[in-house]
Write a protein that binds this ligand. Structure first.
Ligand code: COA
Length: 157
């Protein structure tokens, strides 16, 4: 983040296709993105009018899923992700949500660290979900770990 420039989080109401590149940062499956891009609410973080991050919440009632989030590569590590999660949790509490879930690849230890630092706790593991039938090409490796299994985390609000 550039010092002196303010980041603001707001609900996104424009054409979601402009956010597709950010969604791709969070998910290698175009098939998956096509299915959930239209759903739920999307928060964006903006710096000087430019979108630098997004977070999507899907679900109604007392339980919602943090379905996708990404921060532009050059802005990572500067607190934008933390701001987006804080805004999403605040909005969930305001509308009476009691529990928020999120999933990420078991191979992505950076994301597991990030979500736990935002208050999420490990819940369960789904094995072998990241395969060609779900739109993930064979052979994806993250930090030397094959992309195979999904970890679910949750947080009571
Ligand atoms: C995960 C992601 C959204 C975090 O956003 P961010 O703006 O970089 O996160 P922040 O700067 O707010 O990070 C908050 C803390 O988590 C740490 N952190 C964030 N991402 C991390 C990572 N990949 N590995 C290790 N630590 C990480 C930060 O260092 C920071 O630590 P601090 O509390 O000591 O300052 C961002 O890394 C990203 O867009 N990744 C690619 C897309 C993706 O994988 N999305 C998630 C799919 S499930």
């Amino acid at each position: 983040m550039t010092p002196g420039r303010e980041v603001q989080v707001r609900l996104f109401e424009g054409d979601r296709e402009v956010l597709r590149p950010l969604f791709r940062e969070a998910d290698d499956s175009e098939q998956g993105i096509d299915a959930y891009l239209p759903l739920g609410d999307i928060f964006v973080a903006e710096e000087s009018g430019e979108v630098v991050g997004q977070l999507q919440l899907v679900g109604e009632g007392e339980e919602v899923e943090l379905k996708s989030m990404a921060v532009a590569e050059e802005r990572r590590g500067g607190g934008v992700g933390r701001m987006l999660v804080a805004a999403a949790l605040r909005s969930c509490r305001e509308r009476g949500v009691r529990r928020i879930t999120v999933s990420t690849a078991a191979a992505d230890t950076g994301n597991l660290r990030f979500y736990q630092r935002q208050g999420f706790r490990m819940l369960s593991i789904e094995r072998d979900v990241f395969g060609p039938e779900a739109g993930y090409p064979d052979g994806i490796v993250i930090d030397g770990i094959p992309l195979r299994d999904r970890v679910w985390l949750d947080q009571e609000l």
